[in-house]
Design a binder for this molecule. Structure first.
Ligand SMILES: Cc1cc2nc3c(=O)[nH]c(=O)nc-3n(C[C@H](O)[C@H](O)[C@H](O)COP(=O)(O)OP(=O)(O)OC[C@H]3O[C@@H](n4cnc5c(N)ncnc54)[C@H](O)[C@@H]3O)c2cc1C
Length: 302
C-alpha cells in the first residue's frame, strides 16, 4: 500500500525494520520469527540495504517474500552510493514489476576503505528525485509511483555539524517528494521533540516517525554507538546498564524498560508513528507492547 494511503488509514503507525539474514539457512528462522511480528499488526515493515555488494540482492528477495508469505507491506531501503543512475533505474523497475509500493531512499555510507564515490547520485535528495521521475515513466502499476520515505537525524548527522544546514538538506529531500521521514534512533525524547519543532519551524510538513531501538546487550549498545554516530546515550541509561552489566537478562530488561518509557512518552506527545529497529528479534518489541498493556498496534491508536 502506498505510504500516503497507509498514513491516511492509520492515525498512528508502527513499523518494524529488519535486515536480510546473511545466509539462506537463517531465512527459515527469520520467517518463523516474523509471525510474532505479524501478530503485532504493524502498518508496514522495512528491509535494510547493505552498503557492500553481497547482500544487496537479498533485500529485494526478502521484500518480495515477506509480501507473498505474510501479507505484510514491506518497504525496501535503497542507497545510492556506488550505484549508477542505470543501476537505480533497473532496481526500481524490478520493484515496480513485483508490485512493491514504497522505497526508503537513502544515500548510504561508503564501505570501509572506499574513498571515492562511484555513484551518479551524491545525496539522498538526488535519489528521491530519481524515484519521483521513475513515476513519470509510467512503469509503476500505481500512477503515483512509489511512496517515498527518507531518513532524519534528531541529534544531527555526523557529516554535517551545522544543524541549520542539515535542516536545509532535510527540507530539500521533502521538497523533492518525500512522503515520510523516519528518524535515526535516539534515547532522549527531548532531543526528538526539539528536532520535531525545528522541522516545523523550517516549514517541513512531512510526517515524522520516531526511531526506537531497545538495548538488549552491552555489545549491542556499543554497536549502536558505532552505527548511529552522534546519538547521545543519557547518563541515567548508561548508569542503569552499568548496574546490570554482569547479568545479560538484566541488561535486556533495563533496555526494554527504557524503550517502553520512551514509547509511552512519545504516544503521550502525539507522535505520528514509531519505527522499531528490531534487529530481527521479536522478543524485545513484543515485550514493549506487553509493557504498554496492548497486544497489537490497533490498541495504540485509541
Ligand atoms: C531510518 C534509517 C534507515 C537507514 N537504513 C540504511 C540502510 O538500509 N542501509 C545503509 O547503508 N544505511 C542506512 N541508514 C544510514 C544512512 O545511509 C546513513 O546515515 C548515511 O550516512 C546518510 O544517509 P541519508 O539518506 O540520510 O543521506 P543524505 O540525506 O544525503 O545526507 C547525508 C549527509 O550529507 C549532507 N547533505 C545532504 N544534502 C547535501 C547537499 N546538497 N550538499 C552538502 N551536504 C549535503 C546531510 O546533511 C548529511 O550530513 C539508515 C538511516 C536511517 C536513519
Amino acid at each position: 500500500m502506498h505510504l500516503v494511503d497507509v498514513l491516511a488509514r492509520d492515525s498512528f503507525t508502527a513499523s518494524f525494520e529488519f535486515f536480510p539474514p546473511k545466509n539462506e539457512a537463517s531465512w527459515d528462522l527469520f520467517f518463523s520469527t516474523i509471525k510474532d511480528f505479524g501478530k503485532l499488526r504493524p502498518s508496514f515493515v522495512s528491509v535494510t540495504y547493505g552498503a557492500g555488494g553481497s547482500t544487496r540482492q537479498f533485500t529485494h528477495d526478502l521484500v518480495v517474500r515477506i509480501g507473498k508469505d505474510t501479507g505484510l507491506d514491506a518497504m525496501p531501503h535503497l542507497t545510492c552510493v556506488n550505484h549508477s543512475a542505470n543501476d537505480i533505474d533497473q532496481i526500481l523497475l524490478r520493484y515496480a514489476e513485483a508490485g512493491v509500493s514504497n522505497i526508503l531512499a537513502l544515500r548510504g555510507d561508503l564501505p570501509n576503505g572506499t574513498s571515492t564515490l562511484a555513484s551518479d547520485y551524491s545525496y539522498a535528495t538526488d535519489l528521491v528525485r530519481a524515484v519521483r521521475s521513475f513515476a513519470q515513466s509510467g512503469r509503476h502499476p500505481d500512477l503515483r509511483g512509489f511512496g517515498i520515505a527518507v531518513a532524519g537525524y534528531p541529534e544531527g548527522h555526523p557529516q554535517t555539524p551545522n544543524t541549520l544546514l542539515q535542516m536545509d538538506h532535510l527540507k530539500a529531500k521533502c521538497d523533492a517528494g518525500a512522503d515520510l521521514i523516519i528518524s535515526q534512533l535516539f534515547f532522549d525524547n527531548h532531543a526528538f521533540y526539539d528536532w520535531r519543532e525545528r522541522c516545523e519551524l523550517a516549514g517541513i510538513k512531512t510526517p515524522i516517525l520516531a526511531g526506537i531501538m531497545p538495548i538488549t546487550s552491552v555489545t549491542g549498545l556499543k554497536r549502536m554507538a558505532e552505527l548511529a554516530g552522534g546519538t547521545k546515550f543519557p547518563a541515567a541509561l548508561l548508569r542503569a546498564v552499568r548496574r546490570a552489566q554482569d547479568d545479560a537478562d538484566a541488561v535486556s530488561r533495563v533496555g526494554i524498560h527504557w524503550a517502553t518509557e520512551q514509547c509511552r512518552d512519545l504516544l503521550d506527545h502525539g507522535v505520528r508513528g514509531i519505527h522499531f529497529y528490531t534487529l530481527n528479534r521479536s522478543d524485545a518489541t513484543r515485550k514493549i507492547y506487553e509493557n504498554l498493556g496492548v497486544s497489537s498496534t490497533d490498541a495504540l491508536r485509541q
